[in-house]
Ligand binder design. Structure first.
Ligand code: PLP
Length: 407
């Protein structure tokens, strides 16, 4: 597969207002018009290149949106104040009261809670299915289904969605396929595989510095303009607007995304292979033992690797908590949710980022108590990191107890 995403990003070039190498930041909530008629036309959505009010759009957010559209190979992109701001706007734009959604049963806990609980207010129902089972997806579609939704690599179980196959089902049923690509920027380009709308939480790898929350919706110009419509646009009316200063800083961080993703992936693959050889139960799409390994190989851009996320099952929540606290003490990373930081972040999703999912459903989908999700950092000497992590496991008898862990 080609380098196209990175090349498209590399080729984007904007001069700042004064010839600076970074575009100037637009520090205004509202914009003036020379003529009242142009203001009216802008409200009607008819004036290209005019700015109205910052909840609608700003030059800084448009620059970032352009870069994200280039990343995902879509016509356009709207940035939002969080990943959830992007997800909720897309869902409410595509679904009316009484509609239905088909989604993967393994998705980010916040998305799960929104679909399962919040959408009840609108009588919108969701079927949660095994997204790797195409028959289950087909069977779940009803006459009132308005979208198929999945994460390209799922949070936290790292299931790999077959985007081309899901797209075929969506096309046959004339409904859009919406893909959250937060875990695999650059590695997977869902729109090229048939996704209609691609979402990211920019909070994670794309920004990469864990200093803000932000999101994006990438799609056709028509869909993105629809989200901004002053009368009916869920983006405009729900008001999840990214601040221009933050938009500008995310754009600057994005310029090193290709280098960071390669390093996150290289380090995660190294640790996954080592810990699997040590007898721990490791889930990482780069391992041949991973159920989605071949699918991942089939749809990824290999130069960016299999991503920075891996999970280890250490048998019990007690073990998970003890080893995470010890690793933090040994400066191997932080016991924290989120992902894509330069330091390794680890958390037990069953009691944190997926705690919205009821325990019985967690068990059914294979989310055990002892599961630790790692977002592997940019460590320069990953061999040293491995040795120190292994010492933590040995100190707590997690590796000695491997036969027990592996049952
Ligand atoms: N999508 C995925 C896969 C996530 O992991 C998260 C957050 O953890 C979100 C969306 C939500 O993004 P945000 O926290 O930026 O609202």
């Amino acid at each position: 597969m080609s380098q196209k995403a990175a090349n498209d990003l590399q080729d984007l070039q904007h001069f700042g207002e004064y010839g600076g190498v970074n575009p100037s930041i637009s520090d205004s909530s509202t914009y003036t018009f020379i003529s009242a008629k142009t203001m009216f036309d802008t409200f009607e959505g008819n004036t290209e290149g005019c700015y109205l009010y910052s909840r609608h759009s700003t030059p800084s957010n448009l620059y970032l949106g352009e870069a994200l559209a280039a990343l995902e190979g879509t016509e356009s992109a709207n940035v939002t104040a969080s990943g959830m701001g992007a997800i909720t706007a897309v869902i409410l734009q595509l679904c009316d009261a009484g509609d239905h959604i088909v989604t993967s049963r393994t998705i980010y806990g916040g998305t799960y809670a929104f679909m399962k609980n919040f959408l009840k207010k609108f009588n919108i129902e969701t079927s949660f299915v095994d997204i790797t089972d195409m028959n289950a997806v087909k069977k779940a579609i009803q006459p009132n289904t308005k979208m198929v939704y999945c994460e390209s690599v799922s949070n936290p179980l790292l299931e790999v969605a077959d985007i081309a196959a899901l797209s075929k089902i969506s096309i046959a049923n004339e409904i859009p396929l919406v893909v959250d690509n937060t875990f695999s920027p650059l590695s997977i380009r869902p729109a090229a595989l048939g996704a209609d709308v691609v979402i990211h939480s920019l909070t994670k790898f794309i920004n990469g510095t864990s200093d803000c929350v932000a999101g994006v919706v990438c799609g056709t110009t028509e869909f993105c303009l629809g989200l901004k419509d002053v009368n009916n646009g869920a983006g405009m009316l729900l008001g999840s607007t990214l601040d221009s200063l933050r938009g500008a800083s995310i754009l600057k961080n994005m310029r090193t995304l290709h280098i960071r993703i390669k390093k996150h992936s290289e380090n995660a693959l190294y640790l996954a292979e080592k810990f699997e050889a040590d007898g721990l139960r490791v889930v990482y799409p780069g391992l041949p033992s991973h159920l989605g390994h071949l699918k991942m190989m089939d749809q990824m851009h290999p130069q960016y690797g299999f991503g920075g996320l891996m999970t280890l099952d250490v048998g019990s929540l007690e073990n998970a908590n003890a080893v995470m606290e010890l690793m933090q003490e040994k400066k191997l990373g932080y016991l924290a949710v989120s992902l894509g930081f330069y330091k390794t972040l680890f958390s037990a999703p069953g009691s944190s980022t997926s705690s919205e999912i009821p325990e019985d459903e967690q068990k059914e989908m294979g989310l055990g108590d002892g599961l630790i999700r790692f977002s592997i950092g940019l460590d320069d000497d990953i061999q040293r990191t491995y040795e120190l992590m292994k010492q933590c496991m040995l100190q707590l008898n997690i590796l000695e107890n491997k036969s027990k862990v592996n049952k």
